[in-house]
Design a protein around this ligand. Sequence first.
Ligand SMILES: [Fe+2]
Ligand SMILES: [Fe+2]
Length: 472
Amino acid sequence: MTAIDYSSKIPNNVDLASDKRLQRALETWQPDFQKWWMDVGPDGYQGADVYLRTAVSAEPSGWAHFGYVKMPDYRWGVFLSPREADRTVVFGDHAGEPAWQQVPGEYRNMLRRMVVTQADTEPASVEQQKRLGKTAPSLYDMRNLFQVNVEEARHLWQMVYVLHAHFGRDGRDEADELLARRSGDADKPRILDAFNQPCEDWLSFFAFTMFTDRDGKFQLAALAESGFDPLARSCRFMLTEEAHHLFVGETGIDRIVSRSAELTRRSPNGLASELGGIDLDVVQRNINYWFAFCLDLFGSEISTNAAESYAAGLKGRFREEKRFHHHDLRDDYFVVPVVEGGRLVDQEVPMRNALNEVLRGDYRHDCERVVDKWNETIASHGVDFKLSLPSTRFFRRQGLYRDSFFNPAGEPIDEDTWNRNRDQWLPTEADREAVMRVMGPVTEPGVFANWIAPPKKGLGGKGVEFAYVRFD
Ligand SMILES: [Fe+2]
Ligand SMILES: [Fe+2]
């Protein structure tokens, strides 16, 4: 295992200097990446000193170093987790064979699609979050936003390395396309829908890092099991960074509902918005919206793609190797409720075809654990309000349920009932305006906007009152 080499143009721990062709190709892509970052990265803060962590090793212990960095000077690079000796394919039809160090020819297209789809989400989120610095509720939060942004951009580097190193000319073309698409663009949108949604306020940002980055956790974890070893090792180190993004989302919403509950209790009519906070039912509608969009990211409930990528040993279940003893699944079945004549009917499907739904179930379970914590926070303020996740059938745009209407409990309803209740279930224009009204920059160290509680502690060895971002 080589240490991270910061002396070369592209920091890496993959001995890039020994492959001149690859090194040159990535060095040619680098200025295009920098231009992309300046065009669509954080708007207005490229000259600020931000207290960021930078990877110094890919070992799980002590991999990051904290210090002030101007974002354009961040050392984006390629960091793979250590290679395991004699690693074998863990699941599917090739289980027990040596893990692939090169792309297996028969699976080249499937693998390329998987890498590109994952890669595309990384720059997309930076684009979606471009303007949020201007309304940050504190320097602590602004720093967290920028940390997430530089790391998503590094994840792009990581996947572009896989494309350049293993997919030849096609890989180079795909890497260029990753810088050409834009979130929300009418002509060249990002590949997945959730990554084309606007994210213009901090409630959305925290919902995004809670729900969308958490989808990333599950996708990366499934790819970290891959028999294609360079992809598995890439995803493992990305997951290490991803944990902080989830922390930002989870604690961000916890701090919002803490403050909202406190204001709800103190306000004359029991509404946080009367005292400049965000009403809890607005938070609930945002949870419904982002959770539903993120469920789509897992793909269709019954899917031949899922079956093929498992059979090929390329995409496993969540923690496939550690959690399960059997890694074949050819003779297993899974029950999926399907819509028939406006009713739900259980259907047994081959397990391999249901693996998207299995992963979605693991994701939902992980989200539920967090929502329970938020409810404890609300209850601790003596307020009678419970947040919940909607059913995985609610407000779906993809998959089995997209052509039917369901209430948040997951019961089939008709279109009229949907239209009558939609404004109770999903964010309205009035909600968006109410949230935007309380957004505003707070740039004094240790001070927090009225609508969000301060965090319990600071970051990177510093206190809550630390100047996490310094201007000029
Ligand atoms: Fe990422
Ligand atoms: Fe992330």
